[in-house]
Design a protein around this ligand. Structure first.
Ligand code: CMC
Length: 432
């Protein structure tokens, strides 16, 4: 722990307290305020936790000002270009790039765990035909805890690793089952000879009546999207997983809480919201009108896919995905997609507009990912499910790190109580 301290003075009483300052490999230093209440009698107030560190982590580093994203020290650009999703998943979990044998063993283990219990699969029959796939995913991922509960020992590192492999392996199978339920087609079982992403595409699009050929450009683009989504330090869904896991809950239940948090339009649901927004805007000539709506404080409309809590510069994931987006559209023969044209025009106008420039509102990863998913033939409601598959190794790695961190305790924020002062119960017959 560093020797550096910050002195906090209570101007009302003149009392002072020295708080230690903690720093990491990169990034700003944080004041460790754990003794603030015992020394000065105060807690801190920080809705949205935008100034609060909840843990120390070795996994992911973001520099929002510079637009930097590192997984275990490796720049996202290099991983997106040269690695595979499963290699990245193993990197996030273990901390180092695997050698050939380690990677093969990891891939083999994930492949062996892709099947789900048949009783779990028939849960889908209980969902209405138009159930949102994120609702199904959240419910069924949580239900995995019913299949793996008594046998789980979260204090055993080997057992934790087994849980990690199981969840990474089963997410695509559950996601694809939700997809097939949604489109009213028969469930497709995992095929172990395929890659992780190839298998996902096959489970989504194969039909008993016809051959399905996996397009390598689609397979690579989807794999890259999963890499880009694999972790993003203490975002809302990851913090939710950590908070749930801090109680010692079943890991599959904790993962389901991550899915629930991811679903919202301010987080993983934004990719779906982008496409809905583009449909609402309709044509290029309508863009200026919607830009004005986004700037109007009295109008709830926001430009979906713009802005980020952490990136106050171009989202590095958006830079990579923008390029891939064009490659996919060229390959799949949809280069003149009117929605892409609309998206480009929107990006161009917003980037030149003072309102967006002053607030550093740049396109984020969801701005382009939705367009790629659309080109791959994936329905809008399913976009966030793909984000969840990508984010699973991050959730799992953060869950494992939390359990190994002796400083972690049950997560329990404070509040400022602004309700009624203490008062006595009035019996019903005496109330006016
Ligand atoms: N359109 C118009 N104005 C915006 C937008 C937007 N998309 N985003 C922020 N602003 C304005 C906001 O009104 C505020 O203006 P003012 O200072 O005049 O009051 C200022 O910019 C700061 O906004 P904020 O809400 O305080 O910023 P935040 O850090 O709390 O919110 C955000 C970040 C991502 C929730 C927000 O930018 C947003 O709602 N964006 C649209 C949804 C979206 O694309 N979400 C995906 C995030 S990336 C994927 C992920 O990692 O989950």
């Amino acid at each position: 722990m560093s020797e550096k301290t910050v002195t906090i003075t209570d101007n009302a009483t003149g009392k002072q307290a020295d708080m230690p300052v903690r720093g990491g490999t990169h990034g700003p230093e944080l004041i460790d305020i754990r003794s603030l209440h015992s020394e000065l009698g105060y807690f801190t107030y920080d809705p949205g936790f935008s100034s609060t560190g909840s843990c120390q982590s070795d996994i992911t580093y973001i520099d929002g000002e510079q637009g930097v994203l590192l997984y275990r020290g490796y720049p996202i650009e290099q991983l997106a270009e040269q690695s595979s999703f499963l290699e990245v998943a193993r990197l996030l979990i273990h901390g180092e790039l695997p050698n050939k044998k380690e990677l093969e063993e990891f891939e083999e283990s994930i492949t062996r765990h892709t099947m789900v219990n048949e009783s779990l699969r028939i849960f889908f029959n209980g969902f209405h035909y138009n159930a949102h796939p994120m609702a199904m995913l959240t419910g069924v991922v949580g239900s995995l805890s019913a299949f793996y509960h008594d046998t789980i020992d979260i204090n055993d590192p080997e057992n934790r690793l087994l849980c990690a492999h199981r969840i990474i392996a089963k997410m695509p199978t559950i996601a694809a089952a939700a997809f097939k339920h949604m489109v009213g087609e028969p469930f497709v079982h995992p095929l172990n000879r395929l890659s992780y992403t190839g298998n996902l595409l096959n489970m989504l699009f194969a039909r008993p009546s016809e051959e399905f050929e996996i397009n390598p450009v689609a397979e690579r683009a989807l794999d890259q999207l999963l890499i880009l989504h694999a972790d993003h330090e203490q975002n809302a869904s990851t913090s939710t997983v950590r908070l749930a896991a801090s109680t010692g809950t079943n890991p599959f239940a904790a993962m389901a809480s991550g899915c629930a948090a991811l679903w919202g339009p301010a987080h993983g649901g934004a990719n779906e919201a982008v496409l809905n927004m583009l449909a609402e805007i309709g044509t290029v000539d309508q863009v200026p009108k919607f830009i004005e709506k986004a700037k109007d404080k009295n109008d709830p409309f926001r430009l979906m896919g713009f802005g980020h809590r952490v990136y106050k510069n171009y989202d590095p994931r958006a830079t990579i995905i923008r390029k891939t987006c064009h490659e996919v559209l060229d390959e799949l023969g949809v280069a003149n997609d009117p929605q892409l044209e609309l998206a480009m025009r929107l990006e161009e106008i917003a980037l030149a507009d003072d309102y967006f420039v002053e607030r550093k509102l740049y396109p984020n990863v969801d701005f382009y990912s939705g367009i790629i998913y659309r080109a791959l033939g994936i329905p809008t409601e399913f976009f966030t499910v793909l984000f969840a598959i990508g984010r699973t190794p991050g959730w799992v790695a953060q869950w494992m790190e939390l359990l190994e961190d002796p400083e972690q305790r049950i997560g329990r924020p404070r509040q400022i109580y602004t309700g009624a002062a203490k008062r006595d119960y009035v019996p019903l017959h005496r109330r006016g």
